[in-house]
Design a protein around this ligand. Structure first.
Ligand SMILES: [Zn+2]
Length: 404
């Protein structure tokens, strides 16, 4: 089945949305800022014009529901941005949803999930929709400026609205299109990425305790230097991990602090923030074990080393049948220019996957740049991606029994 999307109409909408909060060649639309709220109302009006019933709910999710009977496919992403960031991160997937809804003329619900970019919390919009966000958690969240989520919702005019909850029986599943935000597609000359799984991350705060002392008078042999203990562990990780990780595992020491951090003081305390990511839960568990072993080894030195805090997200596999539908559409419109790949970044699809079959499509990011105002994708890639997305959506809606 081929259903022609209107590429010019799609680009026109993307350019119009880009004007709301325009910053250089990008966009500044933090969650619940006046520009973000304006973009949500703009989208609701667009959904209405497309014949969908629009709603902005109590967490700021924008939902456009298709009228009529029959199974629906939910398409979405987000409209808020990182500070002074790009114009396509999120907006692309939402407006693909709108364009596919207009093209297919039924069977498509469209969503813009609130705060995927994490200004207030972790995936609060999609988690709210999936029944995974409590009012107690909403009470506790605030952004970096200290604004409480409750106050931001009130300011935005969303506080008194009910929160929309998913009805899994309504949906065949969820699909999200997104810019790749990396350079793999561009570097390999591909134009479409079909996401196999979204990585999970394990995150740690590791504390080192030694003894703070004078850098001139404390002999090396009696020092308990927390900074040295930290550097040694970091080095041990980078020595050990390559032997046990998978081909796509990534690991990062994102922050190191020495306390008190002065030139003439042996650090008494140190802290390192460390994470690793992969799509394989068994491998993530194995790396947990490796890290435990390295921390135990580090404790044989003069300092005490403890893992002070852990956080983690679970990897999510994308639905195999949906991946096949995307691949068939990609092969039709871009023969051999598509590839299956994991997503190294988190997306709302990993939350929706807890409730329904989910899949993701990537289009190339020029130079692999994202979370920066220079973020961009070629017009022809934007249009191609939407066409592939539309064909896959049409197949899933029309022929659900053969999919999945
Ligand atoms: Zn995004």
């Amino acid at each position: 089945m081929t259903t022609r999307i209107n590429g010019e109409r799609l680009l026109r909408d993307l350019y119009e949305l880009r004007k709301i909060g325009e910053y250089k060649t990008g966009v500044h639309r933090p969650t619940y800022s006046p520009e973000d709220v304006q973009s949500r109302h703009w989208l609701a009006a667009r959904l209405s014009a497309a014949g969908l019933d629009p709603e902005i709910d109590g967490i700021g999710n924008v939902l456009g529901r298709a009228r009529g009977e029959g199974p629906k496919l939910l398409l979405g992403s987000h409209v808020e941005t990182q500070p002074h960031a790009g114009w396509l991160d999120g907006a692309l997937g939402v407006l693909y949803g709108l364009e596919v809804a207009r093209t297919l003329g039924g069977g498509i619900d469209v969503a813009a999930w609130a705060d995927e970019e994490g200004h207030f919390g972790s995936f609060i919009g999609s988690r709210s929709f999936c029944g995974m966000l409590t009012d107690t958690e909403i009470d506790t969240l605030h952004n970096r400026e200290g604004t409480a989520l409750r106050d931001a919702l009130a300011q935005a005019g969303f506080a008194d609205r009910p929160r929309a909850m998913v009805d899994p029986a309504r949906y065949r599943g969820y699909m999200e299109a997104h810019i790749e935000q990396g350079a793999e597609l561009e570097d390999t000359g591909k134009r479409i990425g079909i996401v196999t799984a979204i990585v999970g991350s394990h995150r740690f705060r590791i504390l080192f305790e030694g003894v703070q002392n004078h850098a001139g008078t404390t002999r090396m042999s009696i020092r308990k230097d927390a900074g040295v203990a930290l550097v040694n562990l970091a080095h041990a990780i980078y020595q050990r991990f390559p032997a046990v990780v998978g081909p796509r595992t990534v690991w990062t020491t994102g922050r190191i602090t020495l306390d008190p951090g002065a030139a003439s003081i042996v650090p008494g305390r140190a802290e390192m923030v460390f994470q690793f990511r992969d799509t394989d839960p068994a491998l993530l568990a194995k790396l947990d074990g490796e890290l435990e072993t390295l921390v135990a080894d580090a404790n044989r030195g003069p300092c005490t080393v403890t893992i002070a805090e852990r956080g983690q997200s679970t990897p999510q596999s994308m639905d195999a049948g949906f991946q096949d539908a995307l691949e068939r559409a990609a092969e039709l419109h871009a023969p051999s220019l598509h590839v299956r790949m994991p997503s190294g970044a988190g997306h709302d699809a990993q939350i929706l996957a807890e409730r329904m079959k989910s899949a993701m499509l990537f289009v190339p990011s020029i130079g692999g740049i994202s979370h920066h105002y220079a973020e961009d994708t070629k017009d022809e890639d934007i249009v191609l991606g939407c066409q592939v997305f539309a064909d896959a959506a049409a197949e899933i809606i029309a022929n659900g029994t053969n999919v999945g």
